[in-house]
Design a binder for this molecule. Structure first.
Ligand code: GTR
Length: 400
């Protein structure tokens, strides 16, 4: 009797330790499973892609479709009309250094509309039209304060204006509130059919959709160089910025800051935040099909290096923070590395080395840029200073 009680307790203990293990994030490099990444350059028909024409005609659309179907959902492109209203303007904002435009972008479909409030500062002392950064703001609205009473490192607009860049931002909640019970109260009201589709758009897709509508606005804004607009985002916003750049080729450059799981890190390393965890904490971010890959990373027909590859030949800059293992710095670096072969099709040589760069050292002169900032999960002045260096490198090259 006693022996069986002891073995019962033993069994329960082992069982609960194991159950706990499965839910605990792994931060141990030795426990990363052996994995094989899906091949970016092999078509579904099994053909090797050897040039950019095959990539653009066959493989790129295939991969885009796989990401839509299995992770981020479709991005509806049809709407009835779009209207831009200048709701506030100050040609001498920031002590005369910048021209502020606040623009209400309204998109109409099925007699419904969604409103995007764009804040835009354009440098007065820089050639026009100006290059721009567009931030998908996933933090408090005052982080992109048009009055500049609040000045945040999360959107260091004074510094960017000084460097000759326009700074634009919109709040993600304008498109989809970041809440599993409320996310449908935004752009999804215009596309209700998406909600019942297993591969339909959800919150991350809605935020990316919003970035594309801002790009629609830039097409007719004479002060902005529509061919030099970088899309930027942090964390969940960085997942959305990468998805934006992947599907909307009008964006010339992509910044994905500490984007981690289902952003720029490889899923198959099962390091830090995993698919089950993100789908449980944030069921409204990705489509229904993505839930099938909870604990089954190896079955995904894609991995995140292929998402980065979709942005090629346009430059991508990814970041991490040394204390943010949840977002897997090494897995992010490896995703960039594995995207290099797509850039090679365009004869664009990456300057990423073979190892994760030393903390705070930035790889700038490269189509695939990266740094791992010393510190915690955040987006800071240090990060932005490097985004500006990266954009300078790509946008101010001779002949550009
Ligand atoms: C975390 C989430 C991450 C990241 C982060 C953020 O809770 O697990 O994937 O998106 O939020 O957006 O700050």
């Amino acid at each position: 009797m006693r022996a069986s009680l002891i073995s019962f307790i033993f069994f329960i203990t082992i069982f609960s330790v194991k159950a706990q293990d499965q839910n605990e994030p792994n931060y141990d490099e030795t426990k990363v499973p052996k994995y094989t990444l899906p091949k970016a350059l092999k078509t579904q028909a099994g053909k090797q892609v050897t040039n950019k024409n095959q990539w653009e005609k066959t493989r790129r659309p295939e991969i885009l479709r796989l990401f839509e179907d299995n992770i981020y959902g479709q991005l509806p492109k049809d709407y009835d009309s779009i209207r831009y209203t200048l709701s506030n303007e100050n040609a001498k904002a920031m002590n005369g250094k910048a021209h502020l435009k606040e623009v209400l972008i309204e998109v109409f479909r099925l007699n419904k509309s969604v409103k995007i409030n764009l804040v835009l500062f354009i440098p007065n002392n820089a050639p026009k039209p100006a290059s721009a950064f567009l931030l998908i703001n996933n933090r408090a609205k005052d982080q992109t304060d048009p009055t500049r009473i609040v000045k945040s490192d999360f959107w260091p607009t004074e510094e960017a204006i000084e460097a000759g860049y326009a700074m634009a931002a919109f709040h993600n909640a304008d498109l989809a509130p970041d809440d599993p019970k409320l996310f449908m109260n935004g752009v999804l009201q215009l596309y209700p059919e998406q909600l019942s589709a297993d591969n339909g758009m959800r919150a991350i897709g809605a935020w990316a959709w919003g970035a594309s509508r801002v790009m629609d606005y830039f097409q007719q804004e004479p002060l902005i160089d529509k061919d030099k607009v970088a899309i930027a985002g942090h964390s969940r916003g960085g997942k959305a910025s990468l998805w934006t750049a992947a599907q909307d080729q009008r964006f010339a450059l992509c910044i994905t800051n500490c984007s981690g799981s289902t952003g720029a890190k490889l899923a198959r390393r099962e390091f830090g935040e995993r698919i089950r965890r993100i789908n449980t904490s944030f069921p409204h971010w990705f489509n229904t099909n993505y839930k099938k890959f909870n604990d089954k990373e190896s079955l995904l027909p894609v991995d995140q290096h292929m998402l980065i590859g979709l942005v090629a030949p346009r430059p991508v800059y990814a970041t991490n923070a040394t204390e943010d293992l949840w977002a897997d710095p090494k897995g992010t670096f490896l995703a960039l590395k594995n995207a290099e072969e797509v850039y090679n099709l365009y004869r664009l040589k990456s300057a990423l080395g073979t190892q994760l760069p030393a903390p705070n050292s930035a790889v700038i002169q490269s189509p695939l840029g990266y740094h791992n900032r010393i510190g915690v999960h955040n987006m800071t002045g240090f990060d932005w200073a490097n985004f500006i260096r990266f954009a300078d490198h790509h946008f101010k090259k001779p002949g550009k």
